[in-house]
Design a protein around this ligand. Sequence first.
Ligand code: ADP
Ligand code: MG
Length: 445
Amino acid sequence: MSIIEQNWEDIKESIRDEYEIMKVAYKIWLEPLQYYKEEGKKVYVRVPKKELLEYVQKNYKKFFDETLSTLMQEKYKVEFVVDEDMDQEVAETVSSSFESNLIQKYRFDNFVVGSNNSLAHSAALHVAENPGKDFNPLFIYGGSGLGKTHLMTAIGHYIMENSKLRVLYVTSEEFTNEVINSIRNGNTAAMAELRDKYRNIDVLLVDDIQFIIGKVQTQEEFFHTFNTLQNNNKAVIITSDKHPSHMKDLEERFRTRFLSGLLVDIQPPVYETRMAILKKFAETNKKFLPDQIIDYIASNIKSNVRELEGAFNKVYAEGMLKNNNNINDISLDQAKEILKDSISKDKPTIISPQYILEMVADYYHIDTDDITSKKRNADIVLPRQVFMYLCREMTDVTLAHVATILDKKDHSTIIHGCNKIDEEIKINNQLKESIEAIKNRIYSQ
Ligand code: ADP
Ligand code: MG
C-alpha cells in the first residue's frame, strides 16, 4: 500500500481543515472520493457519480494537488475518474452512436405519450415500422423543448435495431457546415463526397430545418439530397419549430415538398403528462423527489419539457445540498425558493381563464363580453367553444369554474363545447391552426 493510499482519509480531512471546507460540502463532494491507483506522480481518484465529476474537478483539484505535493515533497497531481461501470456506459454510448449520430438516450420507451403528442407519436411509430413507404417526409413541428429531437431520434434507433437500413441524423446547422466546408475545400471531390454520403443512406433525419432558410447553397444541396432520397423511397424525417406554412421566407419549392408528406405537431403537455414525464425522468436518472415537490414543479412549469427537467435537476441538486444528502427531507418551501427565478421567468405558467378570454376575443376580433354573453350567432359560438377548450387544455381550473365565467348553470355545456372542438379539429385544419396560433400567443406573453 502506498503512503497516499494509507493516509487517504487523513488527506481528505486535512484538506477540509486547511481550506476550511464546510461540513455539508465535505460530506457531499469530498467524503465519497476514493483512492484508486497511482501511476508515477499521478494519483487517480474515484468519483462515484458522473454528476459530481465536473464540480469536484473545478473546485477541489487544486487542493488535492497541493496537499499531495506537500505530503510527498514532490510535485504530484490528481486525476478524477468516474467509477468503472460509468466509464463503460460512456464508452458504449460513443461507439454505437458513432455512425448514425443518434443521441443514445432518446428512445420510444422513455418518450411519454400524452394528448399533446399522441398523433406525432403514432406517426413516428408508423414511420419507424415502414420507413420510406408512407408519410414521406414525416414533418414534426412544435415549440422548443417539446420532444421533437427525442421523437425523431427514437425513430432512428428503432429502425437501426430492427433492420439493416442505414440511418443518419444531422442538424441543419451541421449540414450547413458540411456544405460550407466542402465549398471551402474548393474541389469537386469534396462536394462529391458530401453528396455520396447523404444520397447513399436509407433514412435521413434532419433536425431543426428552419436554420437552412436563407442559406442559398445549403438549401440547394439539401433540395437535391431530399429529392434523390424521396425519389428512391428512402425515408426523410424533418423537424422544425413551425408549420411550413408559417415559416417565413421558406422557398416555395420546399413548402410544396414538405406539405406533400405528413405533418404532425407537438404541443406543450398538459398537467398529467408533465407529471408522467417527470416520473419517467426520475426513474431513468435514478433521482427521486417527494411527490408533493414533483407536483409543484409540474404545476408551475408548463410550456417546455426541457425546462421542466431542468427544474427537477435544480431542485434535486440544491435540495441535496440543503438537506445533507437526504433528499426526502426537502420541504415545499425550499423547492419554491430554489425555483423562484425559473418560475417567474416561465410567466405563461399563470395562465388564467381571464387571460385566455382576452386572447381568444382578440384573435376573433370580438369583445370578451360577447363570449360571456348568451348570444348564439355562429361567429360568437365558435370562439366561446374555443375558449372552453383552451381553459381545459391550458389551465388547471375546473370546468365548473369555466361554467361560472360563462354564466352557465352547470358544466355540461362546457363538456359539450370541448368535445365539439375535439371533434372539429380532427377534420378542420384551419380551426386547428387557429387554436395553435392562439396558444402560441398565450405562451409567448
Ligand atoms: P425539441 O427538440 O422539441 O426542442 P427535445 O426533444 O430536445 O425537444 O426535448 C427536450 C427534453 O425533454 C429532452 O430531454 C427530452 O427527452 C424531454 N422530453 C420531451 N418530451 C418528452 C416526452 N414526451 N417524454 C419524455 N421526455 C420528453
Ligand atoms: Mg430539438
